[in-house]
Design a protein around this ligand. Structure first.
Ligand SMILES: Cc1cc2nc3c(=O)[nH]c(=O)nc-3n(C[C@H](O)[C@H](O)[C@H](O)COP(=O)(O)O)c2cc1C
Length: 224
């Protein structure tokens, strides 16, 4: 059995709830990063669980790293050959959750799936280390592979094509390299507190706009 923890987080007071969700999203992500820097007990504060729905209406979820965050919504990079990409093609909707147990906090996002512009995704590509660039070429994400050896052989082939010393130029992004963001229609903040009396505040978008659009959001406090 797992340990029973009484969540003694700081909670979320009415005074801390802004009119639009953006300042709180930014503040909580900053807090999670700071927690990892100062205590080292929150590895990968940007790990976001992304849920999609396949063509048959069956849900699926997986963790990815949030590589983009601005008032247009949280975003990540992945492959157009992946299962999630097929789901998003069939049903362009997503949910995402950032869960930070050491802070007793979580943020849930729901909305439409929006492709991130190629320039933005390619700009991020150039920041990736050589190994993960070559690895992206070697993998057709979510497709079967006969053995690990086959995958490693593919890596070696691309490593010869674009050697690490840069003699053949930088590794270009592969054709299947892509990014998506959640164009949020709701955002919920969860803050764990004692005796299961957690704070929950849910924002719902009532007009077009981003996470910081004035007048586009309404919020309500929910029972835990
Ligand atoms: C810590 C962690 C970070 C990950 N980051 C990414 C990522 O940024 N992009 C990605 O496509 N997959 C990432 N993955 C792998 C995904 O969880 C998943 O296996 C992959 O995207 C294929 O999912 P799909 O078959 O549902 O499309 C990560 C996994 C973990 C555990």
């Amino acid at each position: 059995m797992t340990e029973r923890i009484d969540y003694r987080g700081e909670g979320l007071t009415p005074e801390q709830v802004p009119a639009e969700p953006w300042p709180l999203v930014r503040a909580w992500v900053d807090l999670a990063e700071e927690r990892q820097r100062e205590h080292g007990d929150l590895r990968e504060p940007h790990l976001i669980t992304i849920a999609t729905v396949d063509a048959d209406g069956m849900p699926d979820a997986r963790g990815v790293l949030m590589r983009f965050l601005d008032p247009r919504g949280p975003g990540f990079v992945s492959s157009t050959s992946s299962a999630k990409a097929a789901h998003l093609e069939a049903n362009p909707v997503m949910a995402g959750v950032l869960t930070w147990v050491p802070l007793f906090r979580a943020i849930r996002f729901r909305g439409r799936a929006a492709r991130i512009a190629a320039e933005e995704v390619d700009r991020y590509w150039t920041e990736r280390p050589w190994g993960s660039q070559v690895g992206a070429w070697a993998s057709r994400q979510s497709h079967p592979v006969a053995s690990r050896g086959e995958l490693e052989a593919a890596f070696d082939r691309y490593a010869v094509r674009w050697p690490e010393d840069g003699s053949a130029g930088p590794v270009p992004p592969p054709e299947d390299w892509a990014g998506w963001r959640i164009d949020c229609t709701s955002v919920e903040f969860w803050a764990g507190r004692a005796s299961r009396l957690h704070d929950r505040v849910k924002f719902t978008r009532v007009a077009e706009g981003g996470l910081d659009t004035v007048g586009a959001w309404e919020s309500v406090r929910l029972q835990p």
